[in-house]
Design a protein around this ligand. Structure first.
Ligand code: ADP
Length: 503
């Protein structure tokens, strides 16, 4: 009621002032500006400025108790073990007090996107029976100074209330993309994020061993190197858990988790799919399982079959099939380009071609799917050079059959350049061990060029001999749009045998 009376009095006073001959224009303008700011802040949801400013909690994800457990996370054994060890500090609170140990206040999960960092935080809340509150760094970046800091304060208040209400003795706050607010501070310029970050640090510094409920802050980032050192100091985020892309066994586990509720045909071997999905994150594998089920449903199949998984892997890797039709001549050129990759791939690594496809998907007009033999984390110069040859072979094919390159090789060259640079940076080139900061850029550039020119020449020599394979495969590829690895290998073998006979 008070508010209505207040709103009524204002025009009354204004009319009275007008009646007295006072110029009320400045008051009206000032009032309008104030009302505008008030309205905008209320919309942003951060302001605690009375009745209108209802807090917008929808952007935040509050879960009193999550139902994700560590068993729902495939692989990541080391990360899970490290995290559980940190969490024991929450579980055995009394012991910690007894020994006078400083509590762990922050755990930083570092790793690429989609590797299960959010899942880990949820599982941690479940494991410790804690209240759980999640937010993302980008939600704290606002136009108005102070709003982010206020949101941090509110979050700490909210988690305490939530834990108390649920009778839980601890609470976990999870901040995804912490690098958005916790990036390195350069120079003196003040940014809105600084206040937000300061507030977070203040709140964390305020956490004490005997706090009830005990608060643990978990944060995730894929740019640990970008974080401000203030965040990583002891007593703040001093526990770091690295979450990596899954290896083959982990990929199989993740696929098992995500296909548990799906009808699989007998010809689906998850180990094989795990083998083909080198470099996929947990999120991508979840997507593969889901897309395969969608393809099976579209086919009206009673079970999800091997081919559905194959389509799904392609879709997740390359994007949805597009209806873009290439012209006849363009199609032939793409086919020759892809066959170049495929022949080179088989020659440098026999058995490596899984499929050659000529249907446009995402940005690519065609592609070769390679079977990774095994997960590798170390590459020798020889292995890198072989992979560069495979990359260059597309452009070399175009040169041989069309007399020049096309824009279709841009991506290949980027990859080849990346690998050539890797050779130089790892001290495997003729420059020896180099300090990349001190070495002359031109020298690196020249060395990379020399490496690539050499490999281009080798690729040319290699592919020239396989004209027959090109000609037979291209007509099949143009007609059927796919060429399976085994069939392609047979063609190549036959051709090699014929060539040897002719000699
Ligand atoms: P991040 O926080 O690292 O970006 P998320 O935890 O949000 O990744 O993962 C997104 C989704 O991907 C999860 O909901 C889950 O379906 C799937 N996922 C990711 N990693 C795993 C894993 N290790 N085991 C099972 N599922 C996973």
């Amino acid at each position: 009621m008070g508010k209505e009376i207040f709103y009524g009095i204002i025009p009354g006073i204004l009319i009275f002032l007008l009646f007295l001959g006072v110029n009320i224009a400045p008051f009206v303008v000032f009032g309008a500006v104030l009302a505008g700011i008030y309205f905008l802040m209320a919309r942003q949801g951060g302001g605690n400025m009375g009745g209108l400013a209802t807090r917008n909690k929808s952007s935040r994800h509050t879960v009193p108790k999550t139902n994700v457990t560590f068993a729902d996370i495939g692989g990541q054994e080391r990360a899970k073990k490290e995290l559980k060890e940190s969490l024991d500090f929450l579980i055995h609170k009394d012991k910690i007090e007894q020994y006078g140990i400083r509590p762990i206040k922050g755990v930083l999960l570092a790793g690429p996107p989609g590797t299960g960092k959010t899942l880990m935080a949820k599982a941690a809340a479940n494991y410790t029976n804690s209240a759980f509150l999640a937010a993302s760094g980008s939600q704290f970046v606002e136009m108005y100074v102070g709003v982010g800091a206020q949101r941090i304060r509110e979050m700490f208040k909210e988690i305490r209330t939530m834990a108390e209400k649920n009778g839980q003795s601890s609470g976990i706050i999870f901040i995804d993309e912490i690098d958005v607010i916790g990036g390195k501070r350069e120079g003196q310029q003040q940014r809105e994020y600084d206040q937000t970050l300061n507030q977070l640090l203040t709140e964390m510094d305020g956490i004490a061993t005997n706090d009830k409920p005990r608060i643990l802050v978990m944060a995730a980032t894929n740019r640990k190197d970008m974080l401000d050192s203030a965040l990583l100091r002891p007593g703040r985020f001093d526990r770091h858990v690295t979450v990596d892309l899954p290896d083959k066994a982990a990929r199989q586990q993740i696929l098992t988790i995500h296909t548990e509720n799906k009808p699989l045909a007998d010809n689906v071997i998850l180990e094989q799919i795990a083998q083909e999905t080198f470099g996929f994150s947990g999120a991508q594998l979840e997507s593969v399982a889901n897309e395969a089920a969608i393809y099976a449903m579209r086919d009206n199949a009673s079970k999800i079959e091997r081919k559905h998984f194959s389509y799904a892997v392609d879709k997740v890797m390359m994007g949805e099939k597009v209806d873009r039709e290439a012209t006849g001549e363009e199609k032939r050129r793409v086919a020759m380009h892809e066959l170049g990759h495929a022949i080179a791939s088989e020659l440098v690594r026999p058995g490596s071609v899984s499929q050659v496809t000529l249907s446009p998907r995402g940005q690519a007009l065609g592609y070769v799917r390679q079977n990774p033999m095994e997960d590798r984390y170390l590459y020798t110069r020889d292995a890198l050079e072989k992979q560069i040859i495979v990359c260059l072979a597309g452009a070399v094919s175009e040169e041989i059959y069309y007399g020049g390159r096309s824009t279709g090789s841009k991506n290949d060259f980027e990859q080849a350049l990346g690998m050539a640079q890797e050779i130089v940076q790892s001290g495997m080139s003729s420059l020896g061990i180099v300090n990349m900061k001190l070495v002359d850029n031109n020298r690196v550039h020249e060395e990379v060029n020399r490496l690539l020119e050499n490999l281009l020449e080798q690729t040319r020599e290699m592919l020239k001999k396989y004209d027959h394979v090109y000609q037979t495969s291209v007509s099949i590829l143009l007609e059927q749009e796919v060429l399976h690895g085994d069939f392609f290998r047979d063609l190549l073998k036959q051709d090699t045998a014929n060539a040897e006979l002719a000699m």
